[in-house]
Design a protein around this ligand. Structure first.
Ligand code: SR1
Ligand code: MG
Length: 430
């Protein structure tokens, strides 16, 4: 637990629900009851949360289903010894609604928010599964790259100073500044703890002891990650999701929905784009650990990198097109009139997208490192039972993370990044 975290007061009326008490609660909300059909006795409730923080219930009735997510006043992964404010559910609901407005069809529909119980009732996404779980099984998602590109281009553009009125944006920045506890988790768990001796850290040991020690002794890397942390803390560019790994995406082969924006605040756009790319790279390196005699996963590994490339190209195109259509207060049309002005504006847009690629690469790299050395790991690696086999996958991922975090500015295209992944993978197998 961080020194900044203190005991949390639970507001009057708050109680954590369970499989017995959720149905009577929903029965008191007729609009939700109607979606389920029948009465409380007809509803089946399961608790299915497998994330680090919250309770998640699925409720099914004769007419349909619902998903209910409730914040617990502590970190579920650790227990009551790590208190966590319930108001993250408020920020999550705000972000879900706002992102849903900007990226229609790419988030779950929200049916209800309870500000006392800190729970949100949403559309039950079926037959969707968590993208990370599908990728571990080697399932391809043909729409994921372009859907995620559209989600990020639209949510980031329309909540930035390009797409939003200045006064309105400042009011939203002020509101989301309240999500300090979750920002603090990111600041500690991603940008600080993996680079020092800390009780929260763990890794595949003893196989990766040498790399963990090398990271702690790496002054250049620590300088780079601290600079990045400073950008995370001080750059209120857009309303970011804040935890956009492949566990926050639900998919079928023809539908994509982004869930769980409880870490949302106004931060650097590259933190979201980087989360997605960094987690694709982690999955790429994990594939050898899931290979079988029937499928060595070579073709799937290629698909994962092609997805990262397709994502970035589609993102740059969609974000660039939005910029061309509406530049808001930051680049006033009056300053860019005529053919020369238009060319100059195009240059500004290309420069901004190039800078965003650098942020994407470096934030993505920080996310790779934290998932191997920090407190919260990815099942992409954790489901590889044999620790030698797991470490053999994690080692090149960690080395690439270090390279991209320190030298990310030198990678001018997404293809340069995926080529580096291929090279680090090949070198590890040699
Ligand atoms: C203690 S919470 C650890 C992680 O879980 C969430 O998914 C975020 O990634 C956070 O950093
Ligand atoms: Mg989450």
């Amino acid at each position: 637990m961080s020194s900044e975290q203190t005991a949390i007061q639970v507001p009057e009326g708050y109680r954590a629900l369970d499989v017995e008490t959720l149905a009577p609660y929903l029965a008191g909300l007729p609009a939700l009851g109607a979606r389920l059909g029948g009465g409380a006795d007809d509803w089946r409730v399961e608790e299915v949360g497998d994330g680090n923080l919250n309770l998640v219930f699925i409720v099914r009735g004769p007419a349909g289903g619902l998903c209910v997510k409730q914040a617990l006043p502590y970190v579920r992964l650790v227990g009551e010894s790590w208190p966590l404010p319930l108001d993250r559910a408020f920020f999550e609901h705000e972000a879900l609604v706002e992102h849903g407005r900007h990226a229609p069809g790419l988030t779950p529909a929200v049916h209800h928010f309870d500000p006392v119980l800190m729970l949100t009732v949403m559309e039950l996404l079926e037959p969707h599964i968590i993208m990370r779980r599908g990728m571990i099984q080697g399932i391809r998602y043909p729409r994921a790259a372009t859907d995620m590109a559209e989600y990020m281009a639209r949510t980031l553009f329309f909540t930035s100073d390009l797409g939003m009125n200045a006064a309105e944006k400042k009011a939203r920045v002020a509101l989301f500044c309240g999500n300090t506890a979750l920002c603090n988790i990111t600041e500690d768990l991603i940008f600080t703890e993996p680079y020092m001796v800390h009780d929260n850290n763990w890794w595949t040991s003893p196989q990766l002891d040498d790399l963990a020690a090398a990271v702690r002794a790496d002054a250049e890397l620590k300088r780079a990650v601290s600079g990045l942390k400073c950008r995370f803390m001080g750059n209120a560019e857009a309303l970011i999701h804040g935890d956009l790994h492949t566990g926050s995406i639900m998919v079928t082969e023809d539908d994509t929905r982004v869930i769980d924006p409880e870490f949302a605040f106004f931060g650097p756009m590259g933190f979201d784009t980087g989360a997605f790319v960094g987690n694709l790279l982690l999955n790429y390196f994990s594939q050898d650990g899931h290979a079988t005699e029937a499928d060595d996963r070579t073709a799937y590994r290629d698909w994962v990198l092609e997805t990262a490339e397709a994502f970035w190209h589609a993102f740059a195109e969609c974000y660039g097109a939005l910029w061309a259509g509406r530049t808001g207060g930051a680049y006033p049309a009056a300053l860019f009139a005529g053919p020369e002005g238009e060319a100059s504006l195009e240059q500004a847009r290309d420069d901004a997208i190039a800078a965003l690629l650098t942020d994407t690469i470096r934030f993505g790299a920080a996310k790779m490192i934290r998932r191997i050395l920090g407190i919260a790991h990815n099942i992409d690696f954790e489901l590889i039972d044999d620790p030698d086999r797991r470490a053999a996958c994690e080692r090149p991922a960690l080395l690439l993370g270090r390279e991209l975090l320190v030298n990310g500015a030198g990678y001018r295209t997404i293809r340069a990044v995926t080529d580096a992944a291929r090279e680090f993978h090949a070198r590890a197998g040699a």
